[in-house]
Design a protein. Sequence first.
Length: 191
Amino acid sequence: MTFTLNNKLAPEAANAVLKDWLALEQQALSNQLSPQATTTAQWRSQTGLQALSGMLEGVTPPAPMGKNLNFYIVHVSQGRVVFQGRPQAEHLNPMGTVHGGWYATILDSALGCAVHTMLPAGRAYTTSQLNLQLVRSIPLHEQRIQAVGEVVHCGRQLATAQGQLRGPDGTLYAHATCTCLIFDLPESPPK
């Protein structure tokens, strides 16, 4: 669903979107393996799209960090990835609002993984620049938030992506862009 600037859905429509998001999340989580670290060798043999699609299919384990921050990958396609989650009380700053690091991490994950879907086997990425704009505070009663990352450009050495963090009613909480460096995965881990 595409939202425009200041275009919020009516409560009934937002509830329908939330229902769809929860069903999507349930489907994605039912297949996912337990979060665990993966090895370079596991990633080396797969394209980025295969590796990330494998997370939804229960073939590739998701990163442990997502469980700690209560967000999960729920959609993968060429150049587009969606993460969905909900900040918890442990993600608050001392003022009692959601820490900016939660916004940054879920958006960086969506943006970087969107770039990853464009990479051939044996190639990897790292975020070199993340530009984040927080628009408003996420209320803790918000049932789910989606971070949608989409690739703008993917070259041999650099890629750029953009994304938004929204609630089911279309409320924009943050938007971001990133630049990723693309490189060959090493044959073996550095010593």
